[in-house]
Design a protein around this ligand. Sequence first.
Ligand SMILES: Cc1cc2nc3c(=O)[nH]c(=O)nc-3n(C[C@H](O)[C@H](O)[C@H](O)COP(=O)(O)OP(=O)(O)OC[C@H]3O[C@@H](n4cnc5c(N)ncnc54)[C@H](O)[C@@H]3O)c2cc1C
Length: 293
Amino acid sequence: MKIEHDVPLARYTTLGTGGPARLFARPETLAELEEALGIAEREGVRVAVVGLGSNLLAADEGVDRLVLRLAGELSAISVAGERVTTGGGATNAVVLHRARDAGLGGFEFACAIPGTTGGGVWMNAGAYGGDFSQVLERAFVVTAAGSGWLTPDELGLTYRRSALTDGQVVAQVELRLVPRPPEEIKAVVSELQARRKAAQPTNKRTFGSVFKNPRHELTSGRMLEACGLKGHRIGGAQISPMHANFIENAGGATSADAVELMIEARRRALEGYGVELEHEVRFLDLAELPPAR
Ligand SMILES: Cc1cc2nc3c(=O)[nH]c(=O)nc-3n(C[C@H](O)[C@H](O)[C@H](O)COP(=O)(O)OP(=O)(O)OC[C@H]3O[C@@H](n4cnc5c(N)ncnc54)[C@H](O)[C@@H]3O)c2cc1C
């Protein structure tokens, strides 16, 4: 397994921002993954995993870590009965196709989530009433100290988060799906994708929802829209004119530009609605946002 140096993370995030990773590797087997984690431990370097980088803001100055992107066997998919086993690096789109071809439903909610199954478990990603916790049987989690299968309860899956921490790599994911005719799956997916296209900027560089929805009658998007933030721009980052809970790379954006926009959005939501918005996007070596007040 090759260890590369100074690999720009902007290539690996959907927003297209982020400085270089000091070390970068693409383990293709469990043995290579364990080797990578062992190297990191010996060298005293922290580990980070990047899936499709669709919910990730990485520091512009770079990341002093070994960044891993799962490949090969660690992104493969197999189907046996009603069980779909994927490497943590498998993309939701390909998993959904394989499940549909096998006549297995229940994963349709992931059709518009442009991530990997490892990232999906980490974030308990979900949409349209479904999420990973509802279809996940167990996940194989690897650390430098050892590995094992964990159930959804042990993974601590709640709204858009898990209890997983740095250094825990989701190497394999077992989904339990249900028999469903491929035509029915296709129809549901087409409908969900059309709804998504009508409501969200699907053809722009974004990282998905910026903030979790608060306990409030307004969603984050509606609240930020009411604060007059649609189209608000700082540097190369802009609050989507289509949906105010998205930040777009409008050209030459940096992660710092996106963070500045988030700070402004939180300030306005607190001022207008007394709500302190919590970000959904994961920060990689960026300082946490300051208090909104
Ligand atoms: C256009 C768009 C629409 C979106 N819509 C939705 C939506 O409807 N619902 C939703 O929930 N999300 C949505 N997202 C956000 C994002 O796609 C999901 O959170 C997705 O699950 C992230 O997966 P990823 O593989 O890209 O993870 P990344 O963004 O690469 O990483 C996210 C976090 O997971 C960790 N991680 C990734 N893979 C692993 C692994 N194998 N082992 C351990 N840790 C890992 C990373 O270290 C990081 O902390 C959207 C994003 C975009 C750009």
